[in-house]
Design a protein around this ligand. Structure first.
Ligand code: OXD
Length: 311
């Protein structure tokens, strides 16, 4: 069996997979093209098209991340090869930490205190009960569910949204366009953890952002395409006074790295992080990939990506 790995940490992956699968030849994408050809599996993150085009005997492509947008948008991808992707694999907990930080930042008015500090303004803000501060989570895949559950455990009422109906304990689940409008009208903070697909592009546009209550906040650790950045800036106002929205914590952007000229960098009510909300924990991801290879080899049913849906 031959596996070709392409990721930033390809050597670590090569060592771990070689140890776990002693009968396999595990190569990194830096190996000569001749050696790479005829692989059974590609384990890849943001692979260049030629790595996909050169393969003729693939049994599966393993996407070393949760989002498959890059892979599906690579024209050289062989269309008949099943794709599996990392599901949670330790990312849910990291994402939940990130979102919890953001939710508490706005809930406990840390955004206001940051803005007061340059003027030495000693002005406490009321702490409302958490029961009066509902949070919405858009996207209820493995990571979205982990986030929703962590927010519920922290005491916030949580409304979840997905394209098709879902049922989750402790989370009020809504779906479809009407469900999205209903959620947006009720939450103090909306968190976007949807995949990047044609259906989710600018799901938070000007009209939907306007549905959020005055003073609500936005946290986006999902994909930059989910939010219309121009509409978000408009909803945040010019920064001198609160706009319709009070602030945003953003980890992902329509263009990454976020261009230096983007006004988001300098907006006083925006916190920018560089796509770091949930870096894949290596050990968990390696275990999951090994289990995928075993399942492929044993012809076991696997939860594969549906390229038409985009996740
Ligand atoms: C992912 C990511 O999709 O890190 O896993 O963006």
């Amino acid at each position: 069996m031959k596996i070709v790995v392409h990721t930033d940490q390809a050597e670590q992956w090569q060592t771990a997979l070689s140890e776990a699968l002693p009968d396999a030849t595990v190569l990194t994408s830096a190996a000569p093209a001749k050696e790479r050809q005829g692989a059974d599996y590609l384990a890849v993150w943001k692979a260049p098209g030629h790595l996909l085009a050169e393969q003729t005997a693939l049994k599966g492509i393993i996407n070393l991340g949760a989002g498959v947008d890059h892979l599906l948008a690579t024209p050289e991808r062989p269309k008949d090869v099943p794709i599996v992707k990392l599901r949670d694999a330790g990312m849910g907990e990291l994402m939940a930490d990130y979102v919890l930080y953001g939710v508490l930042h706005f809930y406990r008015s840390l955004d206001h205190y940051r803005l007061q500090q340059p003027d030495a303004q000693w002005q406490p803000h009321e702490v409302v009960e958490k029961s009066q501060w509902p949070v919405g989570v858009l996207g209820l895949g493995a990571i979205g569910r982990a986030v929703a559950s962590a927010l519920y455990q922290a005491g916030f009422p949580v409304l979840g949204w997905s394209r098709s109906p879902k049922e989750l304990r402790d989370i009020r689940c809504l779906h479809g366009d009407a469900g999205l409008d209903e959620l947006l009208g009720q939450v103090q903070c909306v968190v976007t953890i949807l995949p990047d697909t044609a259906a989710t592009r600018h799901i938070l546009d000007a009209e939907r952002l306007a549905r959020l209550p005055q003073g609500a906040s936005v946290i986006n650790p999902g994909r930059g395409s989910l939010i219309d950045e121009a509409a978000l800036l408009e909803a945040l106002g010019d920064g001198s006074a609160p706009g319709h929205l009070r602030g945003a914590l953003l980890d992902v952007f329509e263009r990454e790295p976020l261009p230096t000229e983007s006004p988001l960098w300098r907006h006083p009510r925006v916190i920018i992080t560089p796509h770091m909300a949930a870096p894949t924990p290596l050990a968990d991801a390696i275990d999951q990939v090994i289990s995928y290879v075993h399942a492929f080899e044993a012809n076991e049913a696997l939860e594969t990506v549906n390229p038409d849906e985009g996740y």
